[in-house]
Write a protein that binds this ligand. Structure first.
Ligand code: CAA
Length: 259
């Protein structure tokens, strides 16, 4: 498979590096990009030489969320029947080798959710995290309302989901969303250093440790994810979703009608 929206390379023969590559759209996540990401991750997972994978974006944006232009005209029937938008996002959870998110710039909406699907996040000092879906008349749909409270607690998760405000890297580290913050120009060195260290450990132990931590982290997550997904799809039956997304696409202020 040749990639258009990501690049995939190896470092030191043992670290897989996937770079999201839609810079003009701030790496907005559409089906094609997520298919390509899933394909690359599965390839690295199956490659015996690879011990760890890094997912990263550009300096300005890890990813600014699901592609609003692509979603703007969807109705409930489309998203529900086709399990659209987040259908192919779960691949990342099935990867058994460690996946590190190296985040610089915006990690918003689906971008924040994608980072949280990785095993841990190393952030550059310019990273900004947020779940701004509320501004579009919808809610997070790729695990944000479930993983964010587990990572940062209810108070901050509610604050972010209800106000749509962003968290900077310092706050994200303090809150436990990211494991380390480094200077922007050191981000890839830091992520690669961690990945190479992991590669040097027993792959079985590494995989078992990952599985075990996830077990603790994900108790009862599935029900929450399914509940969230149904509500997310239901948002596409509302007038406010059309208004929020049309306003974004046409660069105007939305006028929500609460309908
Ligand atoms: N989808 C599609 N296009 C996007 C995008 C997105 N999520 N985010 C940014 N872009 C595009 C913009 O439309 C713009 O394109 P044009 O140059 O063609 O106009 C380009 O990227 C650059 O963006 P801005 O000009 O807006 O850049 P900025 O620096 O002024 O602002 C930003 C950056 C704050 C990230 C702003 O772009 C923004 O608010 N983006 C939307 C963030 C968002 O709402 N994300 C949630 C999406 S819904 C979701 O993710 C659902 C889910 O849970 C699965």
């Amino acid at each position: 498979m040749s990639y258009e929206m990501i690049t995939a390379r190896t470092e030191g023969g043992k670290v897989g590096v996937v770079t999201l590559n839609r810079p003009k759209q701030l790496n907005a996540l559409n089906n094609q990009l997520m298919d390509e990401l899933g394909h690359a991750l599965k390839g690295f997972d199956a490659d015996a030489a690879i011990g760890c994978v890094i997912v990263t974006g550009s300096e300005k944006a890890f990813a600014a969320g699901a592609d609003i232009g692509a979603m703007a005209t969807y109705g409930f029937a489309d998203v529900y029947k086709g399990d659209y938008i987040t259908r192919n996002w779960e691949t990342i959870r099935s990867i058994r080798k460690p996946v590190i998110a190296a985040v610089s710039g915006f990690a918003l909406g689906g971008g924040c959710e994608l980072a949280m699907m990785c095993d841990f996040i190393i952030a550059a000092d310019n990273a900004r995290f947020g779940q701004p879906e509320i501004k579009l008349g919808i809610i997070p749909g790729a695990g944000g309302t479930q993983r964010l409270p587990r990572a940062v607690g209810k108070a901050k998760a509610m604050d972010m989901a209800l106000t749509g405000r962003m968290m900077d890297a310092t706050e994200a580290e303090r809150a436990g969303l990211v494991s380390r913050v480094v200077a922007l120009d050191k981000l890839m060195d830091e992520a690669l250093g961690a990945a190479l260290m992991i590669c040097d450990y027993s792959q079985i132990a590494v995989m078992a440790a990952k599985e075990s931590v996830n077990r603790a982290f994900e108790g009862s997550l599935s029900d929450g994810i399914m509940f969230e997904r149904r509500l997310f799809h239901a948002m596409f039956a509302t007038t406010d979703q059309k208004e929020g997304m049309d306003a974004f696409v046409n660069k105007r202020k939305p006028e929500f009608k609460n309908q």
